[in-house]
Design a binder for this molecule. Structure first.
Ligand code: TA6
Length: 301
């Protein structure tokens, strides 16, 4: 029996959740319910689309994304785990961890009483993960597709020792034009810019952030909800989060974009990343048996 047939029999939900396989063998879960459509790729537990009814996609996908084992998918919601950014001691280890480079296992699907559809995907430590990260863990990506998209990364320490990890739900939002959107929710927060020599420390003075150049701002000690006002698309995207004290706002702008081979040269114009992060002064330290959950709740208001 093909893996798709097996998955469909075990986890498919008629008219609501189907499994598909792309030409290059990537397996997707495609959701359709009264609220929205959505797609998740098992490679990386990667949400590639979330489209509430009567709206265009909230998430941005690069038309040049690789769907190739060993490379991350560009766009949607990459899951950065068990480290965010470059590995702190070994630059040869993959940027943003290996969570986005491996296939996650489907453990449960279902329909909630309100009609939302959910899936839980799992990645547990193995010989393969121990090449990169020595500790025993189990991570779950739980996604609920409803009037909002809820995504959670839950990590349990299954070893006998304490371990640390960093992570991000690195969402790419689909916008009309980077020069015409405003991001609110971060006023008063301290941030450091990854593009300047570190350490640096700024305060977000204005209520609304406008982006007119490359930005990688890591906002500290904030659990606030952010909003992307996009008058051209006639919508405001709401980005709430839990279990994360760092919010990262990223846009590469033209020069960096041109150097990233899975982004079109003008790709930077139509996305902005607002990421729920645990890193820097918000590293997660888990005692044996302990767990931590990082979540993002994404929708329109
Ligand atoms: O979260 C911001 C960031 O770490 C940037 O520095 C930039 O590199 C971006 O993520 C994308 O990283 P990626 O490895 O997906 O190209």
């Amino acid at each position: 029996m093909s893996d798709i047939k097996k998955l469909s029999e075990q986890f498919g939900i008629e008219g609501e959740l189907i499994f598909t396989k792309s030409e290059n063998g990537f397996v997707f879960l495609d959701f359709r319910n009264k609220f929205a459509t959505a797609s998740i790729c098992l490679y990386g537990a990667h949400v590639t689309s979330y489209r509430p009814n009567n709206s265009r996609d909230i998430l941005w996908m690069s038309p040049d994304s690789n769907f190739e084992v060993g490379k991350p998918i560009r766009g949607g919601i990459p899951v950065c785990f068990p480290w965010f950014g470059p590995h702190k001691s070994d630059p040869k280890k993959p940027q943003h961890g290996f969570g986005r480079l491996v296939v996650w296992e489907v453990v449960e699907t279902g329909t909630k009483l309100g009609g939302e559809t959910f899936v839980n995907l799992r990645l547990c430590s193995s010989e393969e993960t121990k090449i990169y990260f020595p500790n025993d863990f189990c991570a779950t990506i739980a996604v609920v597709v409803g009037a909002k998209l809820e995504i959670s990364l839950r990590v349990i320490n299954q070893s006998n020792e304490v371990f640390d990890y960093t992570c991000a739900l690195h969402s790419y939002y689909n916008i009309s034009d980077i020069e015409n959107v405003k991001i609110s929710g971060l006023q008063g927060a301290h941030y450091h810019s990854q593009l300047l020599d570190e350490p640096n420390d700024f305060v977000q003075e204005s209520a609304k952030i406008e982006i007119h150049k490359a930005e990688t701002r890591h906002f500290h000690n904030t659990e606030s909800t952010c909003y992307i006002e996009d008058p051209n698309f006639g919508r405001n995207i709401q980005v709430a989060k839990a279990g994360s004290k760092i919010t990262t706002v990223w846009n590469p702008w033209s020069e960096t974009c041109a150097q990233i081979n899975d982004l079109p040269d003008d790709g930077y114009k139509t996305f902005v990343c607002i990421e729920a992060v645990n890193a820097f002064d918000d590293v997660i330290s888990l005692q044996p048996g302990e767990l931590h959950t990082t979540s993002a709740m994404i929708g329109l208001i």
